[in-house]
Write a protein that binds this ligand. Structure first.
Ligand SMILES: Cc1cc2nc3c(=O)[nH]c(=O)nc-3n(C[C@H](O)[C@H](O)[C@H](O)COP(=O)(O)OP(=O)(O)OC[C@H]3O[C@@H](n4cnc5c(N)ncnc54)[C@H](O)[C@@H]3O)c2cc1C
Length: 308
């Protein structure tokens, strides 16, 4: 066995929320083979397992997880011609920077989204009008129920706004991704990367104890879209309005429960101001959902993954 199972490992430091108790069992995996081994170990012991990658879109319960936490961590990547192939646990920003050094890019606006390339594929991560769905040519995944390995072409990934086939079918674990990039001048690429990160910092989108957008931007009625368009002098897109705008207008911006606050800069970020518990975050999320439903008749749905 090449993997090493640990016990009672604190999970809060492995999440951007910095919240939650320990994992009863825990293992770091880098490769598909190690992933398969970890799953077999859990099955052999009849223990449930959960995948944790960059921990930037996840809330761990206060009592921890009585499961095997399979932590996908930094694997290998290679660049050949215009194709970057990476193990799923590779950090997204590191890949964007490495590609840029080889004069490849097109995805610089994704720079600064925390987490791994695998996590980004699962949720079709996006920022500033760019989404990761436009880059993969092949996503390799392991079916944790049947042990089947399959390579999905882009069209088979069913990507849409913050959605993919893998989100609907969590038994498929992404193990490796091949991305096709375009030729860019490396100094232009690295300038765009740094500008994007600076813009995120300016907008307080970075370095906060949160899970990014807590709720998805919902599809709403034409009436609510018009309220948004008039208020913001901006068109709604794909019949959606920003959850942060709904939360603000429902009077929930800045509302706190314990150490958890609906951010003053981005009300759709629930931020751990220090010492927040998962219980407080979830209670605040429930209060936000109720307020938005009462005000607009809109039901918010979590984008962050709430583990139990
Ligand atoms: C400060 C901040 C800013 C953010 N800004 C953005 C943004 O601009 N745009 C955006 O889209 N998101 C943003 N996010 C959210 C988050 O960074 C993304 O959702 C990210 O892609 C999650 O990747 P991860 O590796 O951290 O996944 P994790 O949080 O570890 O996991 C999230 C879910 O994906 C599953 N998962 C993880 N890896 C795999 C895999 N290899 N195969 C199958 N399932 C897997 C996990 O089981 C879990 O259910 C932000 C988050 C923070 C904290």
């Amino acid at each position: 066995m090449t993997i090493s199972i640990q016990e009672n490992v604190p999970l809060a430091p492995l999440t951007t929320f910095k919240i939650g108790g320990p994992a009863k069992y825990f293992v770091d995996v880098r490769t598909e083979d190690e992933m398969r081994e970890a799953i077999l170990w859990a099955k052999g012991k009849e223990i449930a397992f959960v995948i944790l990658s960059g921990g930037s879109n996840i809330l761990v319960p206060d009592k921890g997880l009585n499961k095997l936490v399979i932590h996908m961590t930094k694997g290998a990547f290679a660049i050949s011609e215009r194709v970057l192939e990476a193990d799923a646990g590779c950090n997204l920003l590191e890949l964007i920077r490495a590609a840029s050094e080889k004069n490849l890019g097109g995805w610089e606006k994704l720079a600064g989204i925390p987490g791994t390339i695998g996590g980004a594929m699962r949720g079709n991560a996006g920022a500033f009008g760019t989404e990761i769905k436009d880059f993969p040519i092949k996503v390799r995944a392991l079916n944790s129920a049947t042990a089947e390995i399959r390579e999905f072409p882009n069209a088979g990934c069913d990507f849409s706004y913050r959605h993919s086939f893998f989100k609907d079918n969590p038994e498929w674990i992404i193990t490796n991704v091949a991305i096709e990039l375009r030729g860019v001048d490396s100094s232009d690429g690295s300038r765009l990367i740094e500008e994007t990160i600076a813009e995120r910092e300016k907008r307080h989108l970075q370095n906060v104890r949160a899970a990014g957008s807590y709720f998805m931007n919902p599809v709403v009625s034409r009436e609510v879209q018009e309220l948004f368009e008039t208020d913001q002098n901006q068109k709604s897109r794909e019949n959606r309005v920003p959850a942060g705008w709904l939360i603000d207008k429902a009077g929930m911006k800045g509302v706190k429960i314990g150490g958890a606050i609906a951010s003053l800069q981005h009300p759709n970020y629930i931020v751990n101001e220090g010492g927040a518990t998962a219980r407080e975050v979830k209670q605040l999320a429930e209060d936000i959902k109720k307020a938005v439903e009462v005000k607009f008749g809109v039901q918010l749905k979590e984008e962050a993954v709430i583990l139990s």
